[in-house]
Structure formats: C-alpha cells, structure tokens
Design a protein around this ligand. Sequence first.
Ligand SMILES: Nc1ncnc2c1ncn2[C@@H]1O[C@H](COP(=O)(O)OP(=O)(O)OP(=O)(O)O)[C@@H](O)[C@H]1O
Ligand code: SF4
Ligand SMILES: [Mg+2]
Length: 333
Amino acid sequence: MTNTSPQTPVPPLLEIKDLAIGFGSGGYLPVKGLDFILRKGEVAGLVGESGSGKSLTAYGLMGLLPYGASFRRGQIIFKGSDILALPPRERRSLAGSSMGMIFQEPLTALNPVITVGEQVAEIFRIKLGHDRRQARESACALLSQVGLPNPRAAYSSYPHRFSGGMRQRVVIAMALALNPDLVIADEPTTALDPTIALQIIRLLADMTSQRGTGVLFITHNLRILHGLACRIFVMYAGLIMEETGERGMTDPVHPYTRGLVAALPPNPSQNEGKTLVPIPGQAPGPRDILPGCPFAPRCPEGEPRCSGSLPELLPVAGGGKVRCFKREANGAA
Ligand SMILES: Nc1ncnc2c1ncn2[C@@H]1O[C@H](COP(=O)(O)OP(=O)(O)OP(=O)(O)O)[C@@H](O)[C@H]1O
Ligand code: SF4
Ligand SMILES: [Mg+2]
C-alpha cells in the first residue's frame, strides 16, 4: 500500500530564535535579536559591515563567547535541542564533534610548535580513540583530500613553512576531521589573494556538499557568496535586516542591502562600468539605543515613522524576509 500521508518536513539543522548577546549586565548588546534557520547540506551566507555582530554570533554558536559576554535571550536549537539549555560539558562536547569552525587567520588556529600532521592526528586520537599509527594514516588521508600535494611531507612540517592558502587547507581539514554536521567559516578567505581564495571556497564547498554538512559562511564580500550560498542573511547593528530568498542578491528589497550591492566594487572581468556608491554615515554602535529602525539615520528612503519603532522581519514574495516598513513599496508585497 502506498503511503499517501503528506511528508513530514525535515527539521532544520540549526534554528536561532531571538538570540541576543551582551557584555556586562547593562545595555551593551552587539547582537540584539537574531532569527534564522540553516538546513542540512545548505550553505548560507552571513554578511554585514564590520562590527555588525557576525563573529560574536559565530563564537556564540560554538560556545566560545569572549570573557564578559553572555547570552541575554533566545535559543540556539541544534539538531532538535536547545544547546543553551544543555549543561556546559555536554555543550562543549557537541561543539567539539558536531560543529567545526574555520577562522579568518589560519595561523591563530594552528599551534606553531606542533607539526600540522600531528595537530590533525591529535583529533583522531582524542576524539575517536585511534592509536598513533591509525591517527597518522587518517590525518595523511585528510591532508591529501584537502589538496596538500605531498601529505606525508606535509605531516611533518610546521605551520610557518606553509603559505596562507596551504594553512587554510589544514584548518579546513581540522574542521572537517570529525565529519561535523555544521561548519562555521568566519571570513576564511579574507587574508588570501583572490585566486587562492577562490580555490579555498571551491574546496570547502566540494567537501561540505559531499558530506551533506550545513555551512554558515561569514563574509564582508557579497560577491564571494554568489553561486555559493543558497540564502544570505544580511546583518546590521546586531539584527538581520534581510534574508534573501531564491532571488539571491540580484534583486534586494531592503534599502541597506541595496546600498551594500551598490557599494560592491565593479567586477573587472565583466567590465560593467559601474561606479562604487558608498553608504554614507556610520552604523550605530552596540551601546546606541535606537527605538526605531537602526538604519534610519543613513537610510535614503527613511520617513518619520521609521525612527519610532523597530520594524519586524517579515516574509516577502520570493521566499525571503525583510525588516523594513517600506517593504511593500519596494516591491516585496
Ligand atoms: N571582547 C569584546 N569586548 C567588548 N566588545 C566586543 C568584544 N568583542 C566584540 N565586541 C564588540 O561587539 C561588536 C560586534 O563584534 P563582532 O566581532 O561580532 O563584529 P563583526 O561583524 O564580526 O565585525 P568584523 O567584520 O570586523 O569582523 C563590535 O562593536 C565589537 O566592538
Ligand atoms: S524602515 Fe525606514 S529607515 Fe528602515 S530601512 Fe526601511 S525605509 Fe529605511
Ligand atoms: Mg568578525
């Protein structure tokens, strides 16, 4: 007999609900209330200006908040459980095995006095109980998968002998060693030249799509996300302002996202002749308390009601969401 009942939707891998992160106990709130979902096998982009709260969000997900920071509100539901409600030990163990992080500067993620191979092998020894020989074989296999030309020689080399791109390959190997369900990549290519950056992005995309890993890719550079991310969350002053639907960045609705796209340097390969239009003014700091839309002081389309109350992040045609009172006027009804 055929089962005609409607299929149960696959639960998200990660669901963030109204997440707020602050320092101390006052109103210093760099992350003011985030909501987003990431599914298994998806690459989602998190973009925003410097200081918008991208890295704090990433560290919060990994359970690595800096000293003085704490969660003020919200939930992080990972594989069905609210990880903020777990005892700290369980939470650390989850972050160590089911989540992996790739940092901007690979040198800070690698120990300079231990060979790269031993750093990878240690993960197999500690987390999977491999003996030394097994751990060495698994590490060499992984170093080969991330494209190190001579993995056995690489195994015995120290990080400073490698170029930035090679080091980032090692960091990717370490993040993927335990086949995590989620990888958070915080500006993993900012320190690399554009050609190497492209190779690293392709490697990360290939390795995670083979494994069905969910990826949160954090960047300033919207262009990098083109063709990589199926959804992009645009962050501003600790809030999501727009979540792109299938239209991606080709037709953004929020005035801030449109400003970001206009501020993209022209793509020389397409010789589009576009001029770069910077967004005037500065984003509010984490201590600034604005009752209304945080983009209002810079918004070319603002009106008096925008400074009175905070618009909600609401669904729009095309599958995305926008936080703007004028979303309908901007063609997103
Ligand atoms: N340890 C800290 N103590 C105090 N404030 C902090 C600390 N870490 C971050 N902040 C503040 O929190 C805000 C968000 O920082 P975060 O590092 O998340 O920004 P970001 O979006 O990752 O920026 P960038 O693109 O420059 O990496 C910033 O205003 C920053 O000054
Ligand atoms: S709510 Fe108003 S100020 Fe904010 S982005 Fe929309 S139009 Fe601009
Ligand atoms: Mg950052």
